[in-house]
Design a protein around this ligand. Structure first.
Ligand SMILES: Nc1ncnc2c1ncn2[C@@H]1O[C@H](COP(=O)(O)OP(=O)(O)OP(=O)(O)O)[C@@H](O)[C@H]1O
Ligand SMILES: [Mg+2]
Length: 249
């Protein structure tokens, strides 16, 4: 069953076309990774899909029940404690008052935040802890679809791995569906069921590839081998590689 369908989506900022004829389907329980060079329109597409931005063309069908978003910047309220940041999300969602405290605690525990962390303000939290609060804030409303826009790009490699493991434990494979934007093909191959490549000028999806096996069962060797082969043999991914190299040069 499809939970998100984008058909012929197009968008322009100030008359400049950034997305044109983008079509994509995400199935129930599926995590689709979206990759593509910087500036090709990935965040714009996610914002359109989530309804934060109105598309200039095309159709969006949202068949899921409740969505949440996790961005690169945690975006916490600086004047509120970690606890209140998570609780605010429940308030916005109009959740009943009586069990809010328990729900916040359960969400915090699921991302391995300690009770003492919950009384801290964002300025007192490390980058990884802030991002855990942002994930707890998203998960506390019990979403069945999550938009991830490069949630771990700002974190160092070791922490990024830990956060990926955390996502595998809390979201992936638990029936949750999502769109996961990343620049990192390893990350995509670790977390996603399929990987879609957006054209470097936003002119449609260039191709979609399934990642073999389920995210919960993939070994590091399998992920590494798949990415290596994809970059070497698959023109779809060689294309992103070429563009990235050109940008660095
Ligand atoms: N609010 C805006 N107003 C005008 N132009 C914008 C706006 N937001 C994005 N753009 C432009 O639209 C294009 C697509 O931007 P978008 O942020 O969607 O790309 P992206 O693929 O998410 O890039 P990155 O990988 O760097 O996050 C870029 O050329 C960007 O400069
Ligand atoms: Mg972006």
């Amino acid at each position: 069953m499809t939970v998100l369908r984008l058909k012929g989506v197009g968008h322009a900022y100030l008359g400049r076309t950034v997305l044109d004829d983008v079509s994509l389907d995400i199935g129930s329980g599926e995590i689709l990774a979206l990759v593509g060079p910087s500036g090709c329109g990935k965040s714009t597409l996610a914002q359109i899909a989530a309804g934060l931005l109105e598309a200039r063309a095309g159709r969006i069908e949202r068949l899921y029940r409740r969505q949440a978003m996790i961005f690169q910047e945690p975006g916490l309220l600086p004047w509120a404690t970690a606890f209140d940041n998570i609780a605010f999300s429940l308030k916005l969602a109009g959740a009943p008052r009586q069990n809010r405290r328990e729900r916040v605690k359960a969400a915090a525990t699921s991302v391995a935040l300690m009770p003492e962390d919950l009384t801290k303000y964002p300025v007192e939290l490390s980058g990884g802890m802030k991002q855990r609060v942002a994930i707890a804030r998203a998960l506390v409303i019990d979403p069945d679809f999550v938009y991830f826009d490069e949630p771990f790009t700002a974190l160092d490699v070791a922490l990024r791995r830990r956060m990926q493991d955390l996502l595998l434990e809390t979201c992936v494979g638990s029936g949750l569906s999502g769109l996961f934007i990343t620049h990192d093909l390893q990350e995509a191959a670790r977390l996603a069921d399929r990987i879609a490549v957006l054209d470097s000028h936003g002119k449609g999806i260039r191709g979609v590839r399934p990642v073999p096996g389920s995210p919960l069962e993939r070994s590091n060797d399998q992920i590494f081998g798949w990415v290596e082969a994809a970059l070497r043999d698959d023109l779809l991914f060689r294309h992103i590689h070429d563009v990235d190299e050109r940008q660095i040069a």
